[in-house]
Design a protein around this ligand. Structure first.
Ligand code: ZN
Length: 96
């Protein structure tokens, strides 16, 4: 599987990662400031999802399930679908 990604300030994110979450990144979460996010939440140097600690304690499950082990391709595919659905939901709400 070749993961599509985009890059912001030198950090790579899976292509479906919601852009709003990067603009609104809580301090000490995410691949730039949380070692667990970087190690567990990434495949290669591409950030896929938050670590379980950030996902549960900081974001209360609103930004994906989080992972407490190294991200697998299967997990990447499942959160990819999740993110795309989330974006669709947000878009739908804006159109109403
Ligand atoms: Zn984290």
């Amino acid at each position: 599987m070749e993961i599509q990604f985009f890059e912001v300030n030198g950090t790579k994110y899976i292509a479906s990662f919601p852009r709003d979450w990067i603009d609104d990144m809580h301090n000490y979460t995410g691949p730039d400031t949380c070692a667990n996010c970087k190690i567990y939440g990434s495949i290669g140097d591409i950030f896929i999802l938050f670590c379980a600690n950030c996902a549960i304690n900081i974001y209360h499950g609103e930004r994906g399930p989080g992972t407490d082990r190294r991200c697998t391709e299967a997990l990447a595919i499942s959160v990819d679908t999740l993110y795309i659905n989330l974006e669709d939901d947000l878009t739908d709400e804006e159109e109403i």
